[in-house]
Design a protein around this ligand. Structure first.
Ligand code: IMP
Length: 225
């Protein structure tokens, strides 16, 4: 780590998401001394329940809680897939779409459930989008929110081995590939997460700059103030 690097904690236990966020931040902010941490580095911090009705609500809740618990600048992502033919499902329930009887579902079960719902639905009606909301929170109470969306189609079967979650069934029309057929860099260039993060870069630079000037000029409370 560079001396004086600013520490930013990513409020996720999802390693795939953390990898994508790290890749985008390091390519978009070269030369900015950052040390990226994740919740792995803070095993004592409990789980934030994602009970909100929107990605924004969940992302802001995770970011504020984690910034408060760690005393560090925090970035939180809440994201998922919205399929038009089934009224926008799985949406905020993307991670647990096929859960049953209190048992959490895995990615393969979730994908299977989406494909089952869309059986017999024509390609033109298989429109879907990934949506990602990134929230930035500081221990001082600053909160910023950015959203990224990518439009595509649900395939009829799984294609590709890269990525995670719904990537093998999400077709990105301009490339003719599913997200799971793209390299990590290709996906990050067009993905919902890449777009939300790139929109957040100016805000990240601002809080990093602010933190630095605070530490260079610590506020002194003098007698009489
Ligand atoms: P979260 O941890 O509640 O935000 O859950 C997000 C869920 O949405 C993940 O478990 C995935 O199933 C899905 N998801 C979000 N982003 C992606 C992506 O980039 N590719 C594939 N699936 C995603």
């Amino acid at each position: 780590m560079a001396a004086g690097a600013t520490r930013i904690v990513l409020a996720t236990r999802n390693e795939d998401k953390a990898r994508e966020i790290e890749a985008v931040l390091s390519s978009e902010m070269p030369g900015v001394p950052l040390q990226l941490l994740s919740l792995r580095d803070f095993p004592h911090i409990g789980e934030v329940e994602e009970t909100g009705d929107s990605f924004e609500e969940n992302a802001v809740k995770k970011a504020k809680f984690t910034a408060k618990e760690t005393g560090l600048i925090c970035l939180a992502d809440d994201s998922g897939l919205e399929v038009d033919a089934i009224g926008g499902l799985p949406g905020v329930k993307s991670a647990r779409f096929a859960s049953q009887n209190g048992r959490n579902s895995d990615d393969a079960e979730n994908r299977k459930k989406v494909l089952r719902f869309l059986e017999g639905v024509d390609h033109s009606k298989r429109t879907a989008r990934f949506r990602c909301v990134i929230a930035l929170a500081t221990p001082e109470g600053i909160v910023k929110v950015k959203e990224g969306i990518v439009e595509g189609y649900i395939t009829e079967g799984e294609r590709g081995l890269n990525g995670f979650g719904y990537d093998p069934i999400f077709l990105y029309p301009p490339s003719g590939k599913t997200f799971a057929e793209m390299s990590p860099d290709e996906k990050n260039t067009v993905s919902h997460r890449g777009r939300a993060l790139r929109a957040m870069i100016p805000e990240i630079l601002e809080v990093v700059r602010q933190g630095r000037s605070d530490s260079e000029n610590p506020r002194r409370v003098t007698a009489g103030n």
